[in-house]
Design a protein around this ligand. Sequence first.
Ligand SMILES: [Zn+2]
Length: 436
Amino acid sequence: MNSATRIFFKDLALKGIANQFSTTVKHNANLNLQVEQGDKKEGANVVIFELGLKHTHKEAYQINIDSSEIHIQSVTPSGAFYAMQTLVKSIPVQEVSEVHFPATEIKDYPRFAYRGMMLDVSRHFSDVEMVKRTIDILALHNLNVFHWHLTDDQGWRMEIKKRPLLTQIGAWRDNTVVGRYIGGNDYPTDNQRHGGFYTQDQIKDVIAYAAERYITIIPEIDLPGHTSAVLASYPELGCIEKEYKVANRWGVIKDVICAGNEQSLQLFKDVMDEVCELFPGKYIHIGGDECVKERWQACSKCQGKIKQLHLKSDSRFSKEDYLQSYFMGEIAQYLHSKGKQVIGWDEILEGMPMDGSVIMSWRGSFGGKENAGVKKDVIIGPATHTYFFYIQTLGSKKEEKTGGGDINSSADFCRNIDSWKIESGCHHGPCHSHVF
Ligand SMILES: [Zn+2]
C-alpha cells in the first residue's frame, strides 16, 4: 500500500468506512489514499470493500490479500468496519512511504454479540475529546457498547434542562482525596475544585461519533444510592435534613435518596425524559448498587411507604430491600412506557427483580445461588477480573490511586467465561470491563 493505492467501495453503505480508512491511514502513516465508488478499475494496488459475504454472523468479515489487492467482504457494514480495524492494526503509527501486508486470508467474527466497556466520568471527569479518544480505542478493539457512567456521589455529568441544579451544583466538588481512600473521615485532599459536565449538544455529538464507529452508548443514571451529587443539588430529597456535599472520596456513602418521597421519583422521571430523548439505544442503566439502608430504616417517609405498600422482611431480604425494588421498579416501568429496557447492577436481584431487566454482574456471583430460578440476561463484568482500577502488578505498593485489591487475570476470565455463563444461568453471554 502506498500513495498510489486506491480504495473502492462497491456499496454506498460502505462509503463512510472507506473514508474512515483513508482518514486513519493519513493520520497514522501520512499516506494519502484516494476513495472511489465502484468496481476495481484497470490495474492493481487497490483496497476493495464490498458486502455480500455469506455468513450466519452479521458482523463477520473476510479479508483476502494477494499481490494486487486487499479484498474485504462482509455481511453488513459493521463487519467491514472491523475488517478495517484489523488492517489499521497492521499499519505503523509513523510516517512511511509504503506498507506491506503479507498475502493472507482472514475469516473473523465476534464470539460475543455484546462487547462493552464502562467509563466512569463521575469520579474523574473526562472532557469530550477524551471520551471520543476512549471510543476510538473501543473501536480499535472491536467493542460495540460504550457504557457511560454519568452520575455518582462524586459528580453529576449530564445537563438536565428541567433540573439545572444537578450540574450547577452537582457537577462540582471542592476537593478530592489524595491517594487510596482507606476509610474514616480524616484523609488528605488536594484542595482543587474538580468537575465538569456535558451539555446535551455535546452528548448528541458523542452519540453520533460513537454510531459512526458501530458503538451503542448505554447511559447510566445511578439510583437510589450513589446519589450525593443529587442530594447536594436537591437536599430536600434526602431522608434527613443536613448539608449534603458532592463527595470528595471514594467508597460507599450512607446518604441516599429518600425512597419514601414522591418528589424523588419525580426527579428521576424528569431526568429520564431527557435521557430517553437523547439516547437512541434500547437500554438505560439505572444502577441500583451499594444502596445503604440505614437512613431508610430511620426515616418516617420511607417507613410510611413500606407500610403503605405492605412490604415485609423475610428470611432472604429486608423490607428496605423491597423498598428499593419498588423505587427502581417505578423508574423501570416509566422507562418501559417509553420503549426502553433497563439494566441494573446485580444488587437489583435483592428483593423483587424487575420484569425484563438485565443484570450487570459486578460482584461475580450473579445472585445465581441465592436467586435460583430467577432467569435473567446477564452482562458479565466481575470486579475481580474486569475492574481496571484494581492493582495490576502483584504486591505493588506504588499504585496509590487504585481501588485496592489485586486484579485477577482478565485472560483467565475470558478463557473460562463459559463456566461463568453457566453459573449465572444467562444466555446473553456478553463481556464487559470497567474503567474508573
Ligand atoms: Zn426516606
